[in-house]
Design a protein around this ligand. Sequence first.
Ligand SMILES: [Zn+2]
Length: 445
Amino acid sequence: MRALLLLFLLVSFVVFVSAKYEGHQVWRMKPTTERQMTWLNYIEENMDEFDFWTSVSRIPGRHVDIMVQPNSQINLRMLLKQEELDFEIMIDDVSTLVANQMDEIRTRRESEHSFGIRSTSFDYNNYHEYEEIKQWVLDTANENSDIITAFLLGTSYEGRDIYGLRIRGTGSQNPYPKAVWFEGGIHAREWISPATVMGFTHKLIEEYRLGESVARMMFDNIDWYIVPSLNADGYVYTWTTDRMWRKTRSPNTGSVCVGTDPNRNWPFEWGGIGASDVPCSQTYMGSSAGSEIEVENVVKYLRERKAEGQDFLAFIDFHSYSQLIIAPWGYLEENYYTDDYDDQMAMADEMATAIKETHRKTYDHGVGAEILYSTSGSSKDFGYAPFTTDATNSGIGAKYSYTIELRDTGRYGFALPANQIQPSYEEIHAAVRAMGTRLLTELGL
Ligand SMILES: [Zn+2]
């Protein structure tokens, strides 16, 4: 009965959402001059009628994808002409792609049921609603209670519980081992992020159970904190109302526009360059550092772990799309290389190589402020920034802090077909193992 109800909801969602994005197109432009790049960056921060699917880059000729609603297409065409900027239509009709993605999700659910696979099993190769993801966290902890604890990070603005997993191998001796932090789904529409995080986590647990040596060493010597879906309210909203919602769902005083960009809201150098103070913007920074409860929950939880004496070696925030591994700093306009630049790039290179060897996908890497535009209040800066007593302007001091932009490079964008979930988590699983191997080596293990 539950399955039938779910199918009914999915059917009505497809119809609803197809209508919503009818005629919406994604345009790709490749700015080459400083003037074009600065102009696009200004548009991204200030004009909310254009939805930037990828950020503006400082690298000349790198693409920028913008979703344009039918009413805005003439306007953007004129603006682009003024700037002498060409464009190509990357996605002709967003509603078709979204409908196709939802059809595939439904078909996969149906075939799972018709093949009589037990309905309680979790399909790692399909997209899931928030309640299912939450249940996955609790079930995974339950089924692996000797090594996994579920922790309640806190509740979202709308009151949803946000859970994470802590994996600590049975061979762990230290009461506060070194640790890594992985989070997914901070931007609601980037569905491949939670799906990938759950997929590679599952694979690592399987390997550990089989006694595979790298997985054993990783879990026995390092604590792995994993939160698959951080922006719970936004994610639910993408399933019920607006498939392309990005931000949180908290209201903004004095504005009709809802939501803050949680990845401009972190309490380190908040409110500087590359974050919008316009509440309707997709990159709205929020009313104060950590104003979003979803961000504040993480900050509080990590500061508690730090206070207990736990050191974080790595911090990764999974996003999509573009296939990039992005290191700090983001908030500086110049001199943006960190003291650990060489090591951070070496690690990124090892992860990119592991990814490439899995399914031949290329992930570029570099420093945020260099390969993209400067952004302040982003998670990668918070992850790397030193831990201090000032909770309003501090980080957690993880040497290897990154934003990873997952698949693809724009053919499907956020409407990535479910058949790409498995290759995505397989290649990221390889990257995580490469990361673990380097961390263990640095620990002298
Ligand atoms: Zn994102």
